[in-house]
Design a protein around this ligand. Structure first.
Ligand SMILES: [Zn+2]
Ligand SMILES: [Zn+2]
Length: 140
């Protein structure tokens, strides 16, 4: 199954194919600051599943840390995705691909939350161990 997405102005178009590796919410400071929202709803994809289909020349990157290459449209400033080279995955923001049925499985960086969400899903203090985190769970 393919899902089409675009930036705020539509200049950059993309398509994701197949199923995401994982979906959930990130509560970290960086995601909040970058998105201007209390949480980031993420969907993680293998790089080969993500294709920019139009406007690649408008796709800009801001990299503050080695873990995240944040990609946005230089025309409208709209955020599209976040490439994570160390783990070989791309977070295509759930809001970027509206037809994706968002079904979150985990909360990450919950130690930094400003919006506690009591939904019964696992709450990780930082990242899962396989992504270099402590893998430690927290109470809601
Ligand atoms: Zn745009
Ligand atoms: Zn985050």
């Amino acid at each position: 199954m393919a899902h089409k997405g675009q930036c705020f102005c539509g200049a950059v178009q993309l398509e994701v194919t197949g199923e995401p590796v994982a979906m959930g919410y990130c509560h970290c400071n960086s995601c909040r600051s970058w998105s201007g929202a209390p949480v980031n709803a993420f969907s993680l994809w293998k790089p080969e599943a993500v294709k920019v289909t139009a406007g690649a020349e408008h796709l800009a990157t801001f990299q503050k840390t080695p873990f995240s290459q944040r990609r946005y449209c230089a025309q409208c400033g709209g955020h599209l995705m976040n490439n994570h080279p160390p783990v070989g995955l791309i977070d295509v923001y759930a809001a970027t691909i509206p037809t994706l049925r968002f079904s979150p499985g985990v909360h990450v960086n919950y130690a930094e939350t400003v919006l506690p969400m009591r939904d019964g899903l696992p709450k990780l203090k930082d990242f899962p161990a396989e992504l270099g985190g402590s893998g430690e769970a927290m109470a809601e």
